[in-house]
Design a binder for this molecule. Structure first.
Ligand code: GDP
Length: 529
């Protein structure tokens, strides 16, 4: 291992931003890219949210971009760090991809709207991060607007997500009265300038009691409140503990305003210092260390081109160890075949570039003529495989059938391919004499995408009939209990690997089944442990 190789890997920071739509993810991403010099002017990241979420709009965007990989991974250099931001699509295009992308991240930034607190999509994404135990950093956004009290938000994080927080800074005032944030570590005030928020004056102080704070803030009641709150935090709050942060049990929290570019750079600096470099990953032959010079990686996302004129797909590979070199030969472990990686791409903030060399922690895009499946492992020497990529519970379900029975073969090929890509999950009924196929998706837009792609790429028309389910649960238990369970349950299906899954319409149904069969275990994803 050479020193420069080790340095390259350790400088990698690969993370995802998780949030609910409208919390300000696009805005924050723009500012981060701006600091990295990846874009000249903040404000040029194109989000999909400008679309009206209809399929036609979405496709139009895909067409304009050629392929929407540019927003999937954004890569930039900042100070001595090589930063990779993984995009987690929100809104209507929220899909299983969103969850899987998190498996490629080493840490996450959780963005929260100060007025709205912890919202639905944040909870879902947080759970996936929790499952992996990755560190989570919190940015509480929109302090230029009146929102919930900081303590209330901290309680919410704990009550709703079960995570304790350590505020790295603390706001003085909010909304029209927003004066500053106090940086607890560096003991300094960062002043909010209402006329020109991105111009931040920084004042070093001796601590929260420093009279300079009274002079500067010039509002007795705000300063009094600030001192009481800081004292409470110091006495009754959690201690800063990097071990707890690293294991995802304590989240460092930052307050700021992304749109005003206030608090963003402070966040970025602290974040990059604390966030982990590429972490070791599990394989069936033991732990794979990122500093191992043997190149390896896994496919976590496959992106198809919506434009029928360009049928290429891109497989996103997270490099887990070693150095990637253009043209290198690797072992495609599932197929047991050698593969030459000839034309890989890397994702600089706005464009796809050919990549000559990449390191553990980086994401590269591989041209995919149909060779890859989600979860595939590529390795230079050896034949180990990384842990299987879990499937997550879909939230919408349809029975699917081909309209023209003569097209059955193309239909099967199409849905098989789309299942491998991870766009949909396919289930088959468990008990029915006549087998029925059911597709499950996390975001409803996927149904339209499915219908469109089967027609465009496989020339197949399908009939989709919405089913009333909202949850899928993978089940396990001993044989006798499972027999009793399957005898009485109606909505049983099998996933593509023949694992038993039960579908529920609502929470009540699900809890009733759990109460009735305490010995059966129900899992939200296919990681049955
Ligand atoms: P996304 O859906 O999470 O990507 O959110 P956007 O970045 O598009 O932001 C949603 C809305 O919130 C937009 O109108 C932004 O201008 C606004 N916004 C983002 N950050 C801030 C902020 O710090 N303060 C205020 N007042 N508005 C913000």
């Amino acid at each position: 291992m050479t020193i420069s190789f080790e340095k390259e890997v350790k400088s990698r920071k690969t993370f995802a931003i998780i949030s609910h739509p409208d919390a300000g993810k696009t805005t924050l991403t723009e500012k981060l890219l701006y600091f990295g010099g990846a874009i000249r002017e903040a404000g040029t990241v194109k989000g999909r949210k400008n679309s009206k979420h209809a399929l036609s709009d979405w496709m139009e965007i895909e067409k304009q971009r050629g392929i929407s990989v540019t927003s999937s991974v954004m890569e930039f250099q900042y100070k001595d760090y090589h930063v990779n931001i993984l995009d987690t699509p929100g809104h209507e295009d929220f899909s299983e991809d969103t969850y899987r992308t998190l498996t490629a991240a080493d840490s996450a930034t959780m963005l929260i709207d100060v007025a709205k607190g912890v919202e639905a999509q944040t909870i879902k994404l947080f759970k996936v991060c929790r499952m992996r135990g990755i560190p989570i950093f919190t940015f509480i956004n929109k302090l230029d607007r009146q929102g919930k009290e900081p303590f209330e938000l901290m309680e919410e994080l704990e009550a709703v997500l079960g995570i304790r927080s350590y505020p790295m800074n603390w706001p003085i005032g909010m909304g029209l009265n927003f004066k500053a944030v106090y940086d607890r570590h560096n003991k300094r005030l960062e002043l909010y300038n209402h006329k020109n928020p991105s111009k931040v004056d920084i004042i070093q102080v001796n601590g929260p009691l420093d009279p300079v704070i009274d002079e500067t803030i010039n509002d007795d009641s705000l300063v009094k409140q600030f001192r009481e709150e800081i004292e409470l935090l110091d006495v009754a709050g959690d201690q800063f503990d990097l071990d707890l942060i690293n294991s995802g049990q304590l989240t460092p929290a930052f307050f700021g305003s992304a749109i005003s570019n206030f608090g963003v750079q402070t966040f970025l600096n602290h974040f990059l210092e604390m966030a982990p470099s590429p972490v070791p990953r599990n394989s069936n032959e033991g732990i794979v260390n990122p500093l191992d010079s043997n190149f390896s990686g896994f496919v976590f996302k496959i992106q198809a081109n919506m434009n029928p004129a360009h049928r290429d797909r891109i497989a996103f590979l997270r490099i887990t160890s070693g150095i990637f070199k253009k043209g290198m030969n690797v072992n495609h472990v599932r197929l047991g075949k050698p593969l030459r990686l000839a034309q890989p791409t890397q994702f600089l903030a706005q464009s796809r570039n050919n990549v000559e060399e990449a390191y553990a922690g980086d994401i590269i895009g591989l041209f995919d003529p149909g060779t890859f499946r989600i979860g595939d492992t590529l390795v230079e020497n050896g034949s180990f495989e990384f842990d299987e990529m879990p499937h997550f519970s879909p939230e919408h379900f349809c029975a699917i059938a081909v309209k023209d029975a003569l097209k059955h073969k193309s239909f099967e090929k199409g849905i098989h391919q789309l299942t491998e890509e991870g766009a949909i999950q396919l289930f088959k009924t468990y008990q029915k004499v006549v087998e029925q196929q059911i597709v499950g998706v996390v975001g409803v837009l996927q149904f339209e995408v499915l219908e469109h792609r089967l027609k465009a790429e496989y020339k197949v028309d399908v009939r989709l009939e919405r089913l009333p389910f909202s949850y899928a649960r993978w089940v396990s238990g001993d044989k006798k209990d499972l027999e009793a369970f399957t005898r009485t349950q109606r909505n049983l299906v099998k996933d593509r690997d023949d694992r038993l899954v039960v579908l529920f319409e609502n929470d009540y149904q699900m809890r009733t089944a759990q109460d009735k069969y305490p010995k059966i275990k129900f899992f939200e994803n296919s990681f049955i442990k």
